[in-house]
Design a protein around this ligand. Structure first.
Ligand code: FAD
Length: 431
């Protein structure tokens, strides 16, 4: 849990004079910063909720409104634990009570349907209009099914993506429970860039863990749109150790690149020359792009992501609008909850400083991604980033990955850190 209060923040700034991801230095005073300003934050996920909370930490008299349609946010992190059966949906549920009750943020349960940039206001589905001085958006991702024939968003009931946690997680879990012993689970893994680079491979690991206990004759096939993936060596080492040949991964160039899906038959077809693959349960994770609201607002590039000034996350298209998290183009930072959380603090500091006519800082930030191969076997990758030459760039010599060939005790300790990471980051964002 973060104990990072405004007082300790000022202390860090005062003592070090430096800017880091845990202490973004040199806060302006409240009166300087707020000046009656109203900051509206769209999306109460990892990035938006962090930005809202840290705006108030950095400038308690600022008016901050967070607009999010869902009363409960289910973290994608931990959703693979639910699929495996050793965590429940309640374990990954977060609410906005603390942000509202303890941090003075106005939480509006609605969806933003349009941004009126000229008049600096957003339109809500419920009919209201909300004016802003600065707008921060962290709407996450949407899917693009166009590149694969035969399947569309409306098929997500029959063939779930479970790449936004909530009902989709429950649905996939139900399908796994109903699958017979000896059945085949097929995952269609997405092309880059997508949210949580190690996520698909943690998912098949933990589904294998479930199968090993309850349906040991079952098989897992990953049809991948890529020829390699995050922490591949560590995952493959763990699969061999725990699951024998239960998991088969097919690279894009070896029949993994899916061109068509037959939803009724639950088959996937790669390009010609490769046989159709028949599933009992299929998990199709589509190609991704930024959430609809930033696309509708005209903020995205041709690839569907939002270009920003990567020092402050201010959009290139609109000087009053900031976009962070998965939706943004953030240099070397992966699309992860940890990145979005760090970016939320960078944006909050940038907005507070801008509102009090101060130059932006150049804070460093970090990402750590823990993945479980079994509930007792954790692996991780970590990196530190700083804005350099126009982009968030990895700091040389900082970070690293878990070693290969480590002992069972080492893997178990990393599995423990995984839960600790979850508890810490969710408390920092929504606590
Ligand atoms: P989100 O957290 O998705 O938040 C977006 C929010 O915006 C949502 O609440 C949505 O309702 C809201 N919204 C969207 N449109 C509107 C609108 N028009 N009006 C109002 N609100 C709107 N990351 C890690 O760091 N570690 C992990 O271990 C990890 N594991 C993962 C495992 C899986 C299976 C998956 C799928 C992801 C994982 N991630 C992990 C990635 C992480 O979940 C995302 O990168 C992170 O949530 C991105 O934050 P965000 O703020 O960009 O988007």
């Amino acid at each position: 849990m973060s104990h990072f209060t405004r007082r300790s923040f000022l202390k860090v700034a005062g003592i070090t004079g430096a800017a880091t991801f845990t202490g973004i230095g040199c806060a302006p005073s409240d009166s300087q910063a707020s000046n009656g300003a109203h900051v509206v934050v769209v999306g109460g996920g990892s990035g938006g909720a962090t930005a809202a909370k840290y705006l108030k930490q950095f400038s308690p008299t600022l008016r901050v409104t967070l607009i999010e349609p869902n009363a409960t946010y289910y973290t994608c992190y931990g959703s693979n634990w639910v699929l495996s059966g050793f965590a429940s949906m309640d374990d990954i549920a977060q609410t906005y009570d603390s942000l509202r009750d303890n941090h003075g943020i106005e939480v509006v349960a609605d969806r933003v349907t349009a941004v009126d940039a000229e008049n600096r206001r957003v339109h809500l589905q419920g009919g209201d209009r909300v004016s802003y001085d600065r707008l921060i958006m962290s709407p996450g991702i949407d899917f693009n099914y166009d590149s694969v024939e035969g399947i569309s968003e409306s098929d997500a009931e029959a063939i779930p993506h479970a790449w936004k946690a909530g009902d989709q997680t429950r649905l996939l879990r139900d399908q796994l429970e109903e699958m017979p012993n000896g059945g085949v689970f097929v995952m269609v893994a997405p092309p880059n860039p997508f949210r949580c680079p190690p996520g698909p491979y943690e998912r098949v690991s933990l589904i294998a863990h479930y199968f090993k206990q309850h349906k040991p004759r079952s098989k897992i096939i990953v049809l991948d749109a890529k020829d390699g993936f995050s922490k591949q060596g560590l995952f493959e080492e763990g699969w061999a150790e725990h699951y024998g040949d239960m998991i088969e991964w097919r690279a894009a160039s070896e029949g993994g690149l899916v061109e068509a899906v037959d939803v009724a038959e639950k088959t996937a077809r790669a390009d010609s020359g490769f046989e159709r693959v028949k599933a009992d349960v299929m998990n199709f994770i589509p190609r991704q792009r930024a959430g609809k609201i930033v696309r509708d607002a005209g903020l995205v590039n041709d690839e569907g992501w939002v270009p920003v000034n990567q020092q402050t996350f201010k959009t290139e298209a609109d000087a009053n609008v900031y976009v962070l998290g998965d939706a943004s183009v953030a240099g070397a930072m992966p699309k992860s909850g940890h990145s979005a959380n760090n970016q939320g603090k960078i944006v909050a500091a940038a907005v507070v400083r801008e509102l009090s006519d101060q130059e932006p800082l150049n804070p460093s930030s970090a990402n750590t991604c823990y993945s479980l191969v079994t509930p007792n076997h954790g692996i991780s990758v970590a990196a530190v980033y700083q804005y350099k030459d126009g982009a968030q760039s990895g700091v040389e010599g900082a970070g690293g990955v878990s070693p290969s060939g480590a002992s069972a005790e080492f893997r178990a300790r990393e599995a423990g850190y995984t839960q600790g990471w979850y508890n810490g980051i969710t408390a920092d964002i929504w606590g």
